[in-house]
Design a protein around this ligand. Structure first.
Ligand SMILES: [Zn+2]
Length: 365
C-alpha cells in the first residue's frame, strides 16, 4: 500500500474536518459552512465519507482529499501535509528510494496476472467438461447465473501444471506465478506445481475490485483442506481484506449497517437473496485493520457468525478487537446518588446474531 493510502485508511476525513468545521449529516454526506470563503447562509461545503473527499460548491468550487484540505487550511505544501498527517495517523515515513518505481511496475504486472487468472478460471468453470462437478455443486447451492457472473466463480483443472503452462505461454514466469501464489514449490525437492487443483475458485478482490487472491473449495468428498486460500503475498494481505467489500460498500452506507458473516458462500447466498450489505471476515476473527476500513462506511456492525464453539470464540475475539479499535466518547452521567460519573461509550453499535446451533447463515437465507 502506498503511504498516502495507508494514512488515508487510518484517518477519517469526517473526524479530521469536524475538528475545525461544524458538520451536519445530510444523507450520505456531511454539510457545513466553507472555511475557505465567506459562507454564512447556505452551507456550501460538503464532506463525502464514502470517497473520503471534500468539496466546496460555492465560491471556491474546488475539493480534494485530507491532504489537500490540510494544505489549504494551514498553507502547507504537500511534504508538510504528509509529515503532519503521517504523525497523526501513526505512520512512519520511509525515505523514498529509487527502487519504488520498479516495485510499482512489479505490482502492476502481478495485478494483471491475477486479473487474467480470475478470467481463466471463470472460463474453465463455465465451459470445461472437467468442471461439471463444480457446476453441479453451485447448482445444488442454488446459485444463479447472475451470482456466478457477479462473483466470477471459477474452477481449477485437476492437473499439476495446467495453470502454470497456460500462463508461461502468456509470458509470465514461474517467479511471477509463485509471487501471487498460483504456483507452489516443494522446498525439499524443488519441484513446482499448481497450488489449486480440482477446486472451486472464488476470486478475492480488494475494496477497489482488483483480484488479489483466491479462496478455493475442495470438490472432493472429505477433501482436505475444505478451503485453501492464496498464501500471504505482496498483494494479498488477509488481515486487511474483507471479502465482498468492493460490492457491498455502497450498500453498507445505504443500510447504515454492515453484516459480517464467516464464509464466502454466506456472502454469495446473502447477495443473491438481496442482502447486499454483507461481507465476510477472512480469518477466524475480525482484525483491527478490517474494522478501521469498515468504520468508514458505518458504525453499526452485525456479527452473524456460526453458533458452534469456534464461531462463538471468533465472535468474542472480534468484539474484543472492536472495543480496542473503535472510537470512544466520554459521556457524563449522574448516578442514583446524583454524583457525576464519566462513562466511556463505544462510538459504534455492535450486535450479534446468534444462529441456531449447527446452522450456517447460508442455510437460513
Ligand atoms: Zn468555499
Amino acid at each position: 500500500m502506498r503511504v498516502t493510502d495507508e494514512i488515508k485508511s487510518r484517518l477519517d476525513i469526517v473526524d479530521l474536518i469536524s475538528e475545525t468545521v461544524s458538520l451536519r449529516r445530510s444523507g450520505r454526506s456531511y454539510a457545513g459552512f466553507c472555511p475557505f470563503h465567506p459562507n454564512t447562509r447556505t452551507p456550501a461545503f460538503f464532506v463525502f465519507p464514502e470517497t473520503q473527499t471534500w468539496r466546496c460548491f460555492g465560491a471556491c468550487a474546488e475539493g480534494g482529499d485530507i491532504f489537500s484540505f490540510v494544505m489549504k487550511q494551514n498553507g502547507w505544501d504537500f511534504k508538510e501535509a504528509l509529515q503532519n498527517l503521517a504523525k497523526r495517523a501513526g505512520v512512519e515515513l520511509q525515505p523514498r528510494k529509487p527502487v519504488d518505481k520498479k516495485k510499482k511496475a512489479r505490482e502492476e504486472k502481478l495485478t494483471a496476472l491475477l486479473s487474467a487468472a480470475s478470467d481463466y478460471f471463470h472460463q474453465l468453470f463455465l465451459h470445461a467438461p472437467q468442471a461439471a462437478v463444480a457446476r453441479e455443486y453451485i447448482q445444488k447451492r442454488g446459485l444463479t447465473e447472475q451470482t456466478i457472473e457477479a462473483f466470477q466463480i471459477g474452477f481449477a483443472l485437476h492437473s499439476w501444471d495446467a495453470c502454470r503452462s497456460h500462463f508461461n505461454g502468456q509470458g509470465y514466469t514461474d517467479e511471477d506465478l509463485l509471487a501471487v501464489g498460483l504456483l507452489t514449490e516443494n522446498p525439499d525437492k524443488g519441484t513446482r506445481y499448481d497450488r489449486f487443483r480440482n477446486r472451486l475458485l472464488i476470486p478475492i478482490r480488494d475494496v477497489d475490485g482488483r483480484t488479489v487472491g483466491f479462496g478455493a473449495r475442495t470438490l472432493e468428498k472429505d477433501g482436505i483442506p475444505k478451503y485453501l486460500n492464496s498464501p500471504q503475498t505482496v498483494l494479498f494481505d488477509k488481515s486487511r481484506l474483507l471479502f465482498g467489500l468492493d460490492m457491498a460498500r455502497r450498500h453498507i452506507r445505504e443500510a447504515r449497517q454492515a453484516v459480517i458473516v464467516e464464509g464466502y458462500m454466506d456472502v454469495l447466498q446473502a447477495w443473491q437473496a438481496g442482502f447486499r450489505n454483507v461481507i465476510a471476515q477472512m480469518g477466524t476473527a475480525l482484525t483491527e485493520a478490517q474494522l478501521r476500513q469498515l468504520k468508514r462506511y458505518t458504525k453499526t456492525f452485525v456479527l452473524a457468525l456460526d453458533a458452534d464453539a469456534a464461531g462463538m470464540k471468533a465472535t468474542l475475539r472480534s468484539l474484543q478487537v472492536a472495543r480496542e479499535t473503535l472510537d470512544r466518547e466520554v459521556e457524563v452521567k449522574f448516578d442514583a446518588h446524583g454524583l457525576v460519573r464519566h462513562e466511556g461509550r463505544l462510538k459504534a453499535d455492535i450486535r450479534i446474531v446468534t444462529l441456531p446451533e449447527g446452522q450456517d447463515p447460508d442455510d437460513i437465507i
